[in-house]
Design a protein around this ligand. Sequence first.
Ligand code: ADP
Length: 477
Amino acid sequence: MTLHQNLIAGEWVGTDATKNINPSNTDDVVGEYARASVEDTKTAISAAKAAFQAWSRSGILERHAILRKTADEIVARKDELGRLLSREEGKTVAEGIGETVRAGQIFDFFAGECLRLAGEVLPSIRPNIGVEITREPVGVVGIITPWNFPIAIPAWKIAPALCYGNTVVFKPAELVPGCSWAIVDILHRAGLPKGVLNLVMGKGSVVGQTMLDSPDVNAITFTGSTGTGKRVASASIEHNRKYQLEMGGKNPFVVLDDADLTVAVEAAVNSAFFSTGQRCTASSRVIVTEGIHDRFVAAVGERLKGVVVDDALKTGTHIGPVVDESQLKQDTDYIEIGQKEGARLAFGGERLKRDTPGFYLAPALFTEATNDMRISREEIFGPVAAVIRVKDYEEALFVANDTPFGLSSGIATTSLKHATHFKRNVEAGMVMVNLPTAGVDFHVPFGGRKGSSHGSREQGKYANEFYTTVKTAYTLA
Ligand code: ADP
């Protein structure tokens, strides 16, 4: 089996291999991937530092051409890369291809942004002086990504970092090195100079921690768990570096009495269970007013009968396996906790046997849950959701906001008044009306508030707030 190596200072290096396992079929080895050491990571950081001067001053047309070429190759290979994604992460092939196309679109968007770099020119308050405000790259950007979006999250961090003239040390999640390796290979062949983008696959505690501890990493963008996010924050404060965090969620989806039942059920089932519930924007709290509660729960039950949980690569599968054994254990532990807390397991929650050995779990829906239960407060990150019954819209909004998190949110209603009020008053970075809480566009800001996020937004032109630093220049005329 070929070993996929790390890219450090423009060379493919590394011999310490680890196996990438398919969660739909644990007998299937997707590939072998190198594991970087502390020394490798330090070399990668030095290479990125050395490459910064030239890359930050490279012409915008060079950056545009490389990002554009990358976008084109990703889209041209969408079926192959989408299958690789499904094979290593376990979301369905349709979801894998969709995510791959989105990665291509992100590179295309930032290829365009290279040509739209702009500043401001203002008169000074003093006569005969001009003021120019420009944006400059930050330096070496450390990128640390999670396993749940193996190609989109790396794309939405790498593309803006390079677009604005930064150099990169990139550490993907251990469970899904395949898509990351593929996009680094594409960018390398597209003509990136040596050291501009370094790939260091491997352990968080080794590679990630070395990045956090390095004074030469000028900014870190991180998506992952709250616990690791806190480590990124404290190490970054220590080094006085810029940092951006996307962490957990406990996203509410509100269903009001006046909702269109079909729209509400489709959006709730998608929010809670598609992509195996492993999206940070998934909804795990479905807050339902009492007039529609019983009809809604019955309709979700009917809808779930048609949902096929199976091998992610099979046609006809709607929901693939959980990503690995430890995540599956976390999901089933929470299913037990919910029952002990007094919630009713209305549907699913059992491990499923399929033709191949994999981590299959029937989507679990609790009813009679309250917002103070652990299943309503802690992020589970699997196909497990709880219905919380409330009296009216006011109580629904209160419960929606009664959480330490604030990434996404949603409401199903036909009332303009309630939709408008919810959009203005829900404490979340993103809000969806009659749409699932997950599923976002690539050209507009992504991010949350409260315990979910820290720093400026990702994606779209708002990304420049993180990947650049502002300079104000005064000139005597
Ligand atoms: P998850 O539960 O999604 O795996 P983690 O926060 O553990 O969340 O992982 C997200 C990313 O953070 C992964 O790439 C992981 O390897 C990395 N990571 C884990 N521990 C550390 C650490 N101590 N320092 C830096 N990165 C880490």
